[in-house]
Each structure stands twice: as C-alpha cells, then as structure tokens.
Design a protein around this ligand. Sequence first.
Ligand SMILES: [Zn+2]
Length: 591
Amino acid sequence: MPTSTSDDAFAEVKSKVDLVKVVQEHVRLTKRNKDFWGLCPFHQEDSPSFKVNPQMQSWYCFGCERSGDVFTFVELIEKTDKRGALQLLAERAGVELRKLSPEQKERSDSRKRLLAMLKLAAQFYEYVLWSTPAGEPGRRLLATRQVNEENSRRFQLGYAPAGRGFAEYLRAKKRSLADAQDGGLLRRDGTDFFAERLVIPIRDERGQPLAFTARTVRADEQRKYINSPETPAYVKGRVIFGLDLARDEIARRGHAVLMEGQFDVITAHGAGIQNAVASSGTALTDDQVRLLKRFTDELLLVFDADRAGRQAAQKAVLLAASHQMRTRVATVAGAKDPDEFLRAAGADAGKQWEELVAKAPSGVEFGMEEAAAGLNLSNANHVELAARKLREWIAQFPVALQEDYRERAKRWMGVSGHLLAAEPDEKRGPGRPGAYKVGKNGLETSPAGKKMTVGRYLLQLLAVRPVAFDLVRTKITPDELDEEDRGIYERMLETYERAGVSGLEKELAGYPAEEQDLIRRAWAAPPPSVDDEVAVELAGRITLDHMRGRHSGIIRELSEAERGKDSERVARLEAEARELGHAIDEMERRG
Ligand SMILES: [Zn+2]
C-alpha cells in the first residue's frame, strides 16, 4: 500500500521534472503543433507514432498503444519498477525520499557510491600519470603513441602504478575498500586490478566514468588490454566510448565517425576529428545504435582494415539500416587501423582524412564491393557468383530499401537485371519476417501494406534536403509524377523557390495535414540515402516510368484507332509510339 508520504513524493517529483526532457534523453523528438513526436522506444518502427503531450505531461504510442506519465516512461525504459522510477527521478529533481524500501535504498546508495568511487579512481590515476614519478611508464607509452598531454587529459587517461597504490590512497581518505572491490578496481587481496597499466576511463554520454579499459606498459605481459567487469553501473554494449566529448561535433557535422578501438578515437580527436566515437570492446550492439541515434542519423564507419574489421563493418551497416540510420564506410588503406593511419599521416592527417572521407562509399556499396572482391566480372561464371552474393547481401536490408539497392547493384555491376531479381523463396518462407511480394508496378509491397514508391522516396528526400530541388526541377516536370504525389511536390517546389532551403520548416504548418505528416515523418526517419546523386537517380526513374506509362497509353489508343480504321490516326500514333520506344530504350541503356 502506498503511504500518503509516498503519494506526496510522487506528486512532488512529478511537479519538478519535465516529461519532454526525460523522454529526450532516449528519443529524438520533433515538435508538431503543441505535441512532440518521435520513434517509439518500446517497439520497432520506421515512422514516429510516439507522442508526448507537454501540457498533460503524458505520452502515448499509436503503434504499441503503451502510454503513461513520466514514471511509467522511466519504469519501461530503465527496466525498473515504480519505486525505482521514483527514485531515479527524485535524484534528478533533487528531492529527498524519506520512505524508500530498505532494498531500494540500499541499491540506490550503492550505485551512487560506485559512481563516486569510479570518479575518484579516474582522478587518482590521472594524478599519478602526470604528477608522480610512478607515472613515468604511462607517459612513455603515450609518447610512443603520439598522444599529447592536452589530448590525454580530455579523455582523462591515467596510470595505475604497481602494488597497492589505490588501496593506500583510499585508506588515507578513509574510503571503503569494499566499494572499490565491487567496482572492479581492487582485487580481493587489495592489489590494484589495473596495476602497471595505462588506464582509459569509459564514460557515459554525460562524462561520468562507468568502467575502465587498461593497457599494459610491460612488453612481457600477455594480456595487452583488460577491462572492468560488468557492475550495476556498467553494462558492456550500452556505452559508446568518446560520446561525451564528441556529441557537440556530431551535432555540428551531422554524422558520427564510428571506430573500433579507444586509441583510434583518442588519436582521431588529437587530429581534429572530434566527432569520432567507438563501440568499445564489443561488436556494435542494438543498444549502442539506439544511443547513437539520439544524436545523429548517419554513421561513418572506419574499422580495422583486416578481414575481421571489414566483416564487422558490414554487420554494422545492416544493424544501422535496421534502425533507419545511413552509413558510409571508409577504408584506411595501407594501415591496420585508423590510429596507425592518422599517426603515419602526421601533420598531413587532416587532409588525408578528408580525402578518405570523400571517397567513402555508402554502406550498401561497400558491401557490394566486398561481395565482388576477387571476382573477375568479365568471366560469366564469376558474374553469376557475384550476382548471387550481391543478392544475399541486399536481402539482409530492410525490405523497403531492397528494390532500390538491387537497381543500384545492377548498374554497379553492369549485369542484366534477371541475375539480381528478387528470389522470395530463396531464404524465407511465406509469412516470415521480411517476406514480400513484388507489386505490379515493380515496386515492393511490404507485408504491412506500406508502399515506398519512387515518387514517395523523392518527396522524402526533398523534405530532408530541399536544396536538391535545384537539380530535380531541371530533370522532371510535376506532371511526370503520380497524381497522389503531384500536389505536394508542387507545393514544396513553390515554397523552395520563394523561401529557400529553410522555407519548408517555416511554412509547413500551412500545408494540408496529410502532406505535413509525410514531411515530418521524413524528418523523423529520413530515407537511407539523401544526396544529389540519389535525387537525380530517382528523378530519372520517374521520367522513365512516366514514359513507359505514356507508351502503353499510346499502344492502347492505337488498337482503338485500328479497330475504327482511322488510318491517319494510326499512322500518327505509330510514329509517336516508335519515337517514344526509342527514347525509352535509350534511357534504359544509359540508366
Ligand atoms: Zn510503441
């Protein structure tokens, strides 16, 4: 039974926290009229159906139909109970809770002590590294890795000396050794877990240390790196290394550079690439992608150059795509990892990096190159094999992207279309996730019945990147679009021509509700590739579709004219059909 005291506590906490701010730490929200919308964190979705009402301080998901207030939100997202949610929010609001259950209180206190202990440890190690003779081996290691003091202080690197240094320090400060043991800092015998290692704090996106990775300074040590164990404060696979330092630059540049190792990231920041982060000690996880998606929709993957690194990059491309994130993949030629690449470049690192980034293909293209690597595409058998591999690669992407990717693969390989045609029976049975059928217009209809036509794709792209109108308007006229897309296209074009790139945002409220929905959905979950090249490609396909439609119309008219024995009309239509047929062939050949 809740006591009146705890009811008061709920009310007090609720009055002091803002649901929108709490939700925003987990979900990217877009304001629409008075409400905020985002992708529901409790079920998988492509378009936002999760709504937060700031006046009512309540939320509702139209997809999974979950709903509630700030407490239920925290309960679900932190996987805790009502009491736990109250506690987390009370901490945040600075409200003292008098009536916690003993276990709750114990859990909260021990987590707080653990975090304080980790902070203290990071400070101690950093002090040892820079301000004591014992830190010398750490300083030497950093010098060989060309990490200067300024950069290493940014990451709060430290050094754990041999022996019981940290335990003695804690004793002197009258702090509990048990807490340090729980945090994985001390062994049972009181010796330092990270002794004789350079210590790298793994911090959350707000800069709180949660764990450490430590690299040995001894040549004879077998285990180069060791890591903190998982604790109530640290769950491996939920943290992104460097995110606290990179988040502003990620927002500024619009993308995050995702690397594998901590030293890759440290060196990258030293070279001015301050939007670099790392998955840190694990293959990229769903939780990490979700965390990154709070900050950006685009990842530039720069993994190790070896086979394992390239495979990890392909997995990351697919994982990101499943969360509607775009990817590109840069390859560090002639170096084993980004750290080595940037150090070898020295003062030239910035320039060489820009060149590398400029060359980076999209994630799907990177996978295509990998699939065809080592095959000779002028050999018919190899072409078949490459086509099969490409098909398998593309089949792993979300269904809505596959048709477009197959088109790109065709062009990329120069193979005839049938080799890449979808084979729905190949790997999946009917009804299984990802099963689909090809609609009669050649575009896929997903099981949910949602259709992504070329026209829709183009509209979404233009919503996200209005400047692409400059190219698109020279390629197509509105009447080439399907009727259902024409109105919104004309409205967006008119807005762009009159009010420029920011016009859409300013004038959207005046659009019909359906069109607003489409545009906001595109903003919340942009299509996978948004650039001029794709825009031109889509425009080309629209023109081609339109020409094909006109062609069949003429053929229909022609048979009518023949039935009516109207020879003059027949001749005119025949000429028109022939001319159009040639133009279509020509476009397809170029396409
Ligand atoms: Zn939902």
